[in-house]
Design a protein around this ligand. Structure first.
Ligand SMILES: Cc1cc2nc3c(=O)[nH]c(=O)nc-3n(C[C@H](O)[C@H](O)[C@H](O)COP(=O)(O)OP(=O)(O)OC[C@H]3O[C@@H](n4cnc5c(N)ncnc54)[C@H](O)[C@@H]3O)c2cc1C
Length: 330
């Protein structure tokens, strides 16, 4: 234990732009490192020109930067893993945190396997045990019915954390830190060849300020038009509960919840959503929750700030009309 020191964050980037989950992890890393009286590190693998100073402004004391324009142009996970493992073996952090983004979920298990250490996926809380100084990794288990507290016996203690779980580290442009660069390691045969990059619909519900979600109260996919109209009137995006995704009403990118996306908008409108624990897990941090449901005993009303007991097919058109009329007056 003695030779492992520091809390390391994997600095995820895409085409040189740092993913915001990195700033959230740095915020948590600062908290943990302060309790351990240790330093905060950030390991970045990517092309040249990444704003590494920004990582220092957000709390990193040292940035370890493995850079190569050709090698890291595409997110080839085995090459990334190899290079991160080398940095971890060199620096020997006590704790390593990755974002549970699709890339982080693919990367972290490979890094953990190479280092022969454990990995706790999708943590919702991280604390330091005041007794033994170990990391307590908190994550929901059994469909969100219990919160498991997990400790690792091996170092480094490694976790992935979902995007939007923690607050971003506060930016302080007067902070100073060190940047150490590494030459990249090439894998003779990475076994993966990226033939083509297909541009997906750039839709990120996680960053939306307003989310209007539909649940099983919606009778047909065509009726999503209503939800879309309300979302547009409010300047937001459409979310959904899992059954609508399973029934093919809408793509998984819109799903809110435990097995979907975590959202933290200023306003969350739930239309015909019952409020199952797995749905609530993805939206309970919303600043204001507004629910429309025909059933007054629906659990969503337990967490809603405002609610209307009523049929969404009657309530939503009235809301759209009211909002649009107000806009016309302004
Ligand atoms: C491992 C696991 C992971 C899961 N992950 C997720 C997840 O990520 N996200 C998720 O959402 N679920 C998830 N689920 C499913 C979850 O348990 C619930 O089944 C689901 O959230 C229910 O969706 P719903 O609220 O749309 O449907 P229902 O529970 O069927 O609720 C429909 C609601 O609509 C109301 N209603 C009906 N008609 C109207 C109307 N005309 N106007 C207004 N209200 C009306 C009803 O009163 C009811 O409250 C997961 C389950 C498991 C086991």
């Amino acid at each position: 234990m003695a030779e492992h020191k520091g809390v390391m964050v994997f600095g995820e980037q895409k085409k040189g732009k740092i993913h915001k989950v990195t700033y959230e992890l740095l915020g948590k890393a600062c908290e943990l490192a302060a309790k351990l009286d240790e330093q905060v590190y950030c390991c970045v693998v990517g092309p040249s020109g990444i704003q590494v100073d920004e990582l220092i402004f957000r709390g990193a004391d040292k940035v370890f930067y493995v850079t190569d324009d050709d090698l890291f142009e595409l997110p080839e996970v085995l090459t990334y893993a190899k290079n991160i493992v080398r940095v971890i073996e060199d620096v020997k952090p006590e704790i390593c945190l990755f974002g549970a983004t699709s890339f982080g979920r693919s990367l972290a298990p490979r890094v953990a396997a190479a280092l022969k250490c454990g990995l706790t996926a999708d943590c919702t809380g991280l604390e330091i045990d005041a007794g033994d100084g170990k990391l307590i990794q908190i994550r929901p288990a059994f469909s969100e019915n219990i919160l498991a507290h997990i400790k690792s016996k091996v170092l480094p203690q490694m976790s992935t954390v979902r995007y939007k779980e923690f607050d971003e580290a506060v930016r302080d442009s007067s902070r100073k830190g060190e940047v150490k660069t590494y030459e990249p390691i090439r894998i003779a045969d990475p076994m993966i060849e990226i033939l083509e990059e297909i541009q997906k619909e750039e839709f990120s519900i996680a960053d939306a300020k307003v989310v209007v979600s539909a649940g099983k109260g919606l009778k047909s996919p065509e009726d999503l038009k209503l939800i879309r109209e309300l979302a547009e009137a409010l300047g937001g995006v459409v979310g959904s509960s899992r059954p609508l995704v399973e029934e093919g009403f809408i793509s998984k990118a819109h799903q809110v919840g435990y097995s979907g996306n975590r959202v933290k908008p200023k306003l969350y409108v739930a239309c015909g959503v019952s409020g199952a624990p797995q749905h609530i897990a993805g939206m309970k941090e919303s600043e204001m929750i507004f629910a429309i449901n025909t059933d007054p005993s629906a659990p969503i009303f337990n967490i809603a700030d405002y609610g209307i007991v009523g049929d969404l097919y009657e309530v939503v058109p009235k809301l759209i009309e009211r909002i649009n009329t107000r806009k016309d007056v302004q």
